[in-house]
Design a protein around this ligand. Structure first.
Ligand code: HEM
Length: 246
């Protein structure tokens, strides 16, 4: 089933009967498959609550304002070479010195597509940090870089970095869909975030990119039972990079 309306998307995301499609639980310890079997993102019920609490606790030790100024400074220092800046800033704040393995480990994190390279990258990260910390680095990587990339396409429309980011999150979300399994029927449900964020019943003139909208009830950071726990951190990292660039 495909969900495109904003209200229906919120209903599904707020109903415990819908869970993330389960991932294989038999991966060898320290591999990408093992990691996916142990992170909050793909778990439900008590394990999800426990694992989510651990990442939220870790996030609470980070100050978004510091992430923002560090991201700005690093972007300026590198003459605008901003790729990897969010990951390095987040890694430094989390005490992870070498984040070079993050892109390779992250490449199969959502899809589950494993490879010896991805397993080696996960092992390198787990040598340096605990699971909640590695989870944060992997969750943050593609979404934050995607947000920056998409925002840069609209940079000419406003000088207000926050306004650009909020409207980009609605209009061009870096993650296009969320999937759930209906535990009663066994059906898979796909929530089309692009469509829900342009629901004409919620957003006037929805296809128009309009930074003057400010904050909107877009669903890009999720909603309900398991929304992204780090929207402030994501925005801070992206805003810092953009300040260094624009
Ligand atoms: C633009 C950037 C980001 C976007 C759009 C985004 C979006 C999301 C969404 C939609 C989910 C929920 C997925 C679902 O419902 O199944 C999620 C989960 C999560 N995000 Fe983000 N995220 C971003 C950046 C970050 C950053 C920077 C961090 C960490 C510093 C982070 C950490 C997490 C974690 C740990 C989860 C799993 C939560 C759970 O399982 O309960 N995200 N994110």
């Amino acid at each position: 089933m495909l969900i495109t309306r904003h209200a229906e998307a919120r209903t599904v995301l707020d109903d415990p009967r819908y869970v993330p499609p389960p991932v294989p639980q038999d991966g060898r310890e320290g591999t990408l498959a093992w990691l996916r079997a142990h992170v909050s993102r793909f778990s439900t019920g008590d394990p999800h609550d426990r694992r989510r609490r651990a990442v939220v606790e870790r996030l609470a030790s980070l100050d978004p304002a510091e992430l923002r100024s560090a991201a700005r400074a690093m972007t300026l220092e590198r003459g605008g070479e901003w790729r990897r800046v969010p990951t390095e800033v987040l890694g430094a704040a989390l005490g992870v010195k070498d984040t070079a393995a993050v892109p390779v480990a992250a490449s199969g994190y959502l899809s589950g597509e494993g490879s010896p390279e991805a397993d080696a990258a996960v092992a390198t990260l787990l040598d340096q940090a605990d699971l909640p910390t590695v989870t944060l680095l992997l969750q943050a990587y593609a979404a934050t870089e995607g947000l920056i990339e998409n925002t840069l396409k609209h940079a000419a429309t406003s000088v207000d970095v926050e306004a650009l980011l909020h409207e980009t999150l609605r209009h061009d979300p870096p993650l296009k869909a969320s999937r759930r399994l209906d535990t009663r029927t066994g059906d898979e449900v796909t929530i089309d975030l692009v469509a829900a964020n342009r629901d004409p019943g919620v957003f006037a003139d929805p296809d128009r990119f309009d930074p003057s909208r400010g904050r909107t009830p877009h669903l890009t950071f999720g909603y309900g039972i398991r929304p992204c726990p780090a929207p402030d951190h994501a925005l801070a990292l992206a805003a810092g990079v953009l300040e260094g660039l624009l």
